[in-house]
Structure formats: C-alpha cells, structure tokens
Design a protein. Structure first.
Length: 135
C-alpha cells in the first residue's frame, strides 16, 4: 500500500523484548476527569494517594479513518510532545500491551503516532506476548 515501507521487524521485536525484560515503560497520554484537582488538596509531592473511587483519569485513544480506536503510547516525553502539550503517565510496556488486549473497543496500540509510528494490532500483540512468555 502507498506509504508503507518494507522493513524487517525482527530487530524491532527483539529490541522491544529487551526493553520489557529491563522494565521499560511507555509514556501514555491521559485526560483528567472533572473534579480531579480538588481531590488532591493536602497531598504533597512524594505522598502516596489511594482512593476507593474510580480513577480520576482516562487513557486517551486515537481514532483512524475507519473509526477504529487504538491506544497511543510513546517511547519518550519528546515523542509525546510532538502532538502538543498533554497530561501523561508512564506504564510498563507489557502492561500497556495487556491493557490493549483486555479493552474491547481498542483494536491495537500505536507506538509514537506523531513520528515514525509502529502499529501493533491485537493479533500481533497477543502473538508477541505469547512468544516472550514461552521462553
């Protein structure tokens, strides 16, 4: 298809496996729900905050031309900032992959969507995780 490059993805998957084994994390854009800042009064940097309530944020997602939704993840703060300012959090790479698989409305995950992106659909994610856990 137009614009697609013929690349060998094995080195990419090998590097991704290495990053996961070393505790690598993705930067994930988030959006705070209304009322979030007021819940944090009195909490200082370094404090641990635990709440029995629903999370005060949602993970952002992206929608393609076919109205399919995917989880955008970034390899660095600078990659994330290419899309403009946004709130963010870091999550372990493998957790992002599993979250994508477990979320019905997501069709996959897009790594660095504002630059040289790599798209992993659910079939690819499942195959990759099955492979790294079979070792």
């Amino acid at each position: 298809e137009k614009g697609e490059k013929d690349i060998n993805i094995l080195p990419f998957f090998s590097f991704l496996h290495y990053c996961i084994s070393e505790g690598g994390e993705f930067v994930v854009p988030i959006e705070f729900k209304p009322g979030f800042p007021s819940r944090l009064s009195g909490i200082r940097p370094g404090d641990t905050y635990t709440s029995g309530e629903e999370p005060a944020f949602v993970l952002k997602h992206i929608v393609d031309n076919d109205d399919k939704e995917a989880l955008p993840v970034f390899t660095s703060e600078s990659e994330l900032e290419k899309g403009g300012p946004t709130s963010r959090m870091t999550l372990p790479m493998e957790e992002c992959m599993q979250l994508t698989l477990d979320t019905d409305y997501l069709t996959g995950m897009v790594i660095n969507p504002h630059g040289n992106c790599f798209i992993m659909d659910k079939e690819t994610l499942k195959g990759f995780l099955d492979l790294i856990h079979s070792e």
